[in-house]
Design a binder for this molecule. Structure first.
Ligand code: NAD
Ligand code: UGA
Length: 464
């Protein structure tokens, strides 16, 4: 079976880049990305490709090449579902904020709405692909809805989790370590559906890197991969605190440990704490699933990764207060970086949000600069925490468009995102512009200690 028309529901960080790459690599397939968010779709359709809603290196060129040829962005969800042979569901699956499983379980209401809409609209057989990250056995619920509320058409449900990381989405999609496709491989129809999706990816990915499994393994592998990655960050971060007490240096420890090929060197960069939309949500989801099967030790084991991460963010902020003679009340603290990592404008669960919230509770005056994040996003992130009235966030936080304004008469500057441009800053000027003693806190191990101390900074870096 050859796929001719793909629909992707959800034009976000995953749906947008993934479909752009599929469209570029498969010119004979029409790809339509739909979303209920009209302004997001309008931005994807903006005449100037530099205005697409997601910043990823290399993405605007791909969209520029494929858009209007075989890549389309639309709000007409019904029409795209109707025309497609294959429908990717790539909507958000946030942590539940209400009811049973509040604060832990994945909220699947957007997934269910998609399933009900597909069932209502579809008049021909469809392959439905779970692209969103979902709890293991979600496909069972999808099948139930599709088979019981549909128009009698046949569905195959595949799981095809996405492993791209933000900031490197295009590279990750072009050259993935693996593509994972779970399906009902024991039936002829299921195997045919799996093969149809394998064929799509095989346009640019070697077949030996395209893994096929049963649906449940595929769903669970995605949660597991994120849990393992986050666990490495929490492991090294836990040791960063011990390094600070003992004179060991966390970068030296990470290097020494990571050179053991069984351990590997990646994902051992100590930081102010991991952020991003997925690590925390997916681990909480894993914890919830384990608990729901009565596996309390399994749940506790993984929950510790989150507990450690929260501790890391809090202790970084607390250390700023302690170092500034136990008070930051009325003091200007400059923040360099708001995104949860470099090369993205995404701020979801960024450590910066929590560090600044802590400092605001201590009555600091905060000034923020990030090269890609818009001011309204920074205020929205703080407002979302609901710690204080929105007007207070605006009164206490100033957002500027260059690093040097951050330093002007600041008592302290903290680096919270590892943007390359912060390495190249004129740090002597930063020092001159700050009040003395000039405290510099490096939450990313981005800066050279000897150079900064030479300039005159009182320098603190995570893990040394
Ligand atoms: P996102 O919030 O950026 O995008 C989701 C989009 O879906 C939104 O634009 C929303 O308006 C749209 N949507 C929701 N319900 C809809 C409906 N019923 N009809 C049409 N559109 C609807 O989310 P994202 O970051 O792209 O993540 C999507 C999924 O992919 C999540 O499950 C996430 O865990 C997973 N994932 C994300 C990443 C990442 O790097 N962000 C990586 C791998 C996997
Ligand atoms: C992560 C995974 O890497 C992707 O494989 C996965 O698809 C994605 O989650 C998802 O499911 O959403 P992402 O969150 O975009 O991707 O970015 P990462 O590079 O994994 O970084 C996550 C956080 O960990 C960032 O805040 C980063 O700064 C931090 N981190 C990462 C460290 O502090 N140290 C490290 O060594 C690595």
């Amino acid at each position: 079976m050859k796929i001719k028309n793909i629909c992707c529901i959800g034009a976000g960080y995953v749906g947008g880049p993934t479909m752009a790459v599929i469209a570029q690599k498969c010119p004979e397939i029409n790809v339509t990305v739909v979303d209920i968010n009209e302004s997001r779709i309008a931005a994807w359709n903006d005449d100037d490709v530099n205005n697409i809603p997601i910043y990823e290196p290399g993405l605007s060129n791909i969209v520029g090449e494929a858009r209007g040829r075989n890549l389309f962005f639309s709000t007409d969800v019904d029409a795209a579902i109707d025309q497609a042979d294959m429908i990717f569901i790539s909507v958000n699956t946030p942590t539940k904020t209400y009811g049973i499983g509040k604060g832990m379980a994945a909220d699947l209401k957007f997934i269910e709405l998609c399933a009900r809409q597909i069932a209502r609209v579809a008049t021909t057989d469809k392959i439905v692909v779970e692209k969103s990250t979902l709890p293991v056995r979600t496909a069972e619920a999808l099948r139930n809805i599709l088979d019981n509320t549909g128009n009698g058409v046949k569905y195959q449900i595949l799981s095809n989790p996405e492993f791209l990381a933000e900031g490197t989405a295009v590279d990750d999609l072009m050259d993935p370590d693996r593509v994972l496709i779970g399906g009902d491989i024991d039936t002829a129809e299921g195997a045919e559906a799996v093969e149809a999706l394998v064929d799509v990816y095989a346009h640019w990915i070697d077949r030996d890197r395209i893994l096929t499994t049963n649906v449940w393994s595929s769903e669970l592998s995605k949660l597991t991969a994120n849990a393992f990655l986050a666990q490495r960050v929490s492991s090294i971060n836990s040791l960063s605190e011990l390094c600070e007490k003992t004179g060991a240096d966390v970068n030296e420890v990470a290097k020494a440990v990571g050179m053991d090929r069984r351990i590997g060197s990646k994902f051992l960069q100590s930081s102010v704490g991991f952020g991003g939309s997925c690590f925390q949500k997916d681990i909480l989801n894993l914890v919830y699933i384990a608990k729901s099967y009565g596996l309390n030790e399994v749940a506790d084991y993984w929950e510790q990764v989150i507990i450690m991460n929260d501790h890391q963010k809090r202790r970084f902020a607390a250390n700023i207060v302690k170092t500034l003679f136990n008070t930051v009340s009325g003091k200007k603290i400059g923040i360099l970086g708001w995104a949860f990592k470099k090369d993205t404008n995404d701020t979801r669960e960024s450590a910066a949000i929590y560090v600044v919230d802590y400092l605001l509770n201590e009555q600091a005056e905060v000034v923020v600069y990030d090269p890609k994040v818009k001011p309204e996003q920074i205020y929205a992130d703080l407002d979302y925490l609901n710690t204080r009235p929105e007007a207070e966030n605006r009164a206490s936080v100033t957002i500027v468009d260059n690093s040097h304004e951050v330093a002007e008469k600041a008592h302290a500057v903290a680096v919270l995102t590892e943007w390359d441009e912060f390495i190249e800053l004129d740090w002597s000027k930063v020092y001159d512009d700050m009040l003395k003693p000039a405290f510099l806190f490096d939450g990313r191990r981005l800066l050279n200690r000897a150079e900064k101390e030479q300039i005159g900074f009182e320098f603190y870096a995570i893990g040394s």
